[in-house]
Design a protein. Structure first.
Length: 171
């Protein structure tokens, strides 16, 4: 991930839903170029924030079984409201279907109860070892890092992680 577009997770029910937030700050570098006189969160970043929230939901639901969770398809994307610096994008993602390799979700991003973006997203789940078994160790390193990051988003839910893999005590 180049940009971390989730600032906090407020609620998570594995296998069902996640609620997360993105606080938009004028200090964010990309806002300097996206309508400099009237900065707003780029629509593609709103979509990415929803994708990142969905990926956290999938990872926790599957106890971090996959090192890679990627957007495969975004459909029925609709934008409704600009998100400006100082505003909070509230993201809610609900799982609507899942098979062996993909998860479909309905995602909505809103500001002050007004829809800013909504979409149906399909994400794929995989591991590097599926391509080359020698990459299994890389998968484990990625998963360990993702667990650490998850704990920084939601340390109070460290107990959700499987036994022996709790959040580092430094968080």
């Amino acid at each position: 991930m180049r940009f971390f577009l989730i600032d906090r997770i407020d609620d998570l029910v594995p296998g069902e839903r996640i609620r997360a937030i993105k606080v938009v700050s004028l200090a964010e570098e990309y806002l300097r170029e996206h309508f400099p006189l009237t900065p707003v969160l780029p629509g593609v970043f709103m979509l990415e924030a929803m994708t990142q929230a969905a990926a956290w939901l999938i990872r926790v639901t599957e106890d971090f079984r996959h090192s890679l969770v990627s957007l495969k398809e975004a459909s029925n994307v609709k934008y409704g409201k600009f998100v400006e610096p100082g505003q909070i994008l509230e993201i809610e993602v609900n799982i609507v279907g899942q098979d062996e390799k993909t998860t479909s979700v309905r995602a909505v991003g809103s500001v002050e109860s007004r829809t800013a973006v909504q979409a149906r997203l399909t994400l794929t789940r995989s591991n590097l070892a599926e391509i080359d078994p020698l990459l299994a160790e890389a998968d484990q390193r990625i998963v360990n890092r993702l667990r650490e990051w998850f704990c920084s988003y939601w340390p109070q839910w460290a107990h959700m992680l499987s036994a022996g893999r709790a959040c580092p005590s430094s968080l």
